[in-house]
Write a protein of this length. Structure first.
Length: 415
């Protein structure tokens, strides 16, 4: 085949360009692709409505609650400070969850905190002067403190209640948000406070509220009694314990409210607790919320807390349409002991079935429905107390070293 002279020159020119290009790329290789930032999955246990984590603090094994309603990481058992090797830097005063009682707390030097052997960082903590998790000052509690919201500063956290996994993402991670709803939210420190609406009684006006997402609470909802000039309690309420907070046990009222909106998500006839707080103190303390949403309602979602961009996303899971059953016994239960297999009655609602039967706080439950208590998990007992009205309950308890048997029937106290 004969080549035209101009074609030969063109062909040689192309070959030269290709060779020159190969030489240049050989000398200046493009930078390798950066690996995708890694996520870290932290398993947790969901016990009695709380997210519990196994941690090591300077290699000492402890058990903490993950609490998005608290800013700081807190050690509640001050006697452990010496074993951990903590140094006190400063003493401060903190208000309890009742917005009244003051506690002494101590800021420490940074300490090595390892969560479930998969996530580790150096972080300063607070030590409380009183152990808020000890049952009746017996030291029975296995909870040693809380991992606060700021522990995951500059990170994105996903809470998967169904898989029982906390996933921690670096700031630059691109998360798939398909199916998630972005909430109207304000972050105070690292604590997410959602805009919400409630209708307390059927014919009441709608009240705009700000609700703290609080994984340190096992209840569905708690509201401050002095929400608004239009605020009033539900038509039928009972006196009861609201939970445990800094400063001790919280007491108030329990009742059903007609409707709650979290963004576009609606909940009808949901159990709610009401805390009586002095409104003047609320103004003085600059409290920026009207209430909290605990795990009993948040577990209906997969939750993403974006501490980097200050955003909150919710995605309904398979629990979303399940009715929230509530206690019909009047008993607040407390699990203690190394294996959480010692069950005590912490509180009894006045005039409830348990109260009328004669059960009292501090009674230790040793048998439930003829089966030894050791065969029951705490969640199984609390679920038993949420069964249908009129179900017969039999408890054997120890009081003052004597065993006694009590029976009662469950009753709906809110309709």
């Amino acid at each position: 085949m004969n080549f035209h002279p101009y074609r030969i020159k063109y062909f040689i020119l192309i070959i030269g360009i290709l060779i020159h290009s190969s030489f240049l790329f050989g000398k200046n290789n493009p930078p390798p692709l950066q690996p995708r930032p890694k996520k870290i999955e932290i398993p947790f246990e969901y016990v009695n409505g709380l997210i519990e984590l196994n941690i090591k603090m300077n290699n000492l094994p402890l058990r903490f609650i993950y609490d998005t309603g608290a800013e700081h990481t807190i050690l509640s058992k001050k006697e452990l400070a010496g074993l951990i090797g903590l140094k006190i830097l400063k003493e401060i005063e903190v208000y309890g969850a009742d917005f009244n009682k003051k506690l002494s707390a101590y800021i420490t030097n940074p300490v090595k905190i390892n969560i479930e052997d998969v996530y580790e960082r150096q972080y300063p903590i607070l030590i409380l002067s009183e152990d808020i998790f000890s049952f009746n000052n017996t030291g029975e509690s296995t909870i040693h403190g809380i991992i606060g919201a700021s522990f995951f500063r500059n990170k994105i956290v996903k809470i998967d209640y169904l898989r029982k996994i906390l996933t921690v993402y670096p700031a630059e991670y691109e998360i798939n948000l398909k199916g998630f709803e972005e909430m109207s939210v304000t972050f105070y420190g690292h604590k997410p406070v959602m805009d919400s609406k409630i209708i307390i009684n059927r014919n009441d006006t709608t009240i705009l509220t700000k609700i703290l997402m609080d994984t340190g609470s096992s209840v569905p909802l708690i509201f401050m009694k002095h929400l608004d000039s239009k605020f009033k309690l539900p038509e039928k309420i009972v006196k009861g314990q609201l939970g445990i907070g800094l400063g001790g046990d919280l007491e108030g009222w329990i009742g059903l409210i007609n409707r709650v909106y979290l963004g576009k998500f609606k909940f009808n006839e949901i159990i709610c607790k009401f805390q009586d707080v002095d409104s003047t103190f609320m103004l003085r303390s600059k409290t920026r919320r009207n209430g909290i949403a605990g795990n009993e309602i948040m577990k209906k979602f997969t939750v993403i807390i974006d501490n980097v961009h200050k955003k909150l996303y919710l995605k309904p899971n398979k629990l979303f349409n399940e009715k929230i059953n509530y206690d019909k016994s009047g008993i607040t239960l407390f699990a203690a002991g190394k294996n959480l297999d010692k069950y005590y009655i912490k509180y009894v609602i006045p005039d409830s079935p348990a109260d009328l039967a004669g059960l009292k706080p501090n009674d230790r439950i040793v048998s439930v429905q003829y089966f030894p208590a050791i065969f029951w998990a705490v969640d199984s007992i609390t679920n038993l107390f949420k069964k249908k009205e009129n179900k017969k309950i039999r408890l054997k308890i120890i009081r003052n070293k004597k065993k006694q048997v009590y029976t009662f029937r469950l009753k709906d106290m809110f309709h």
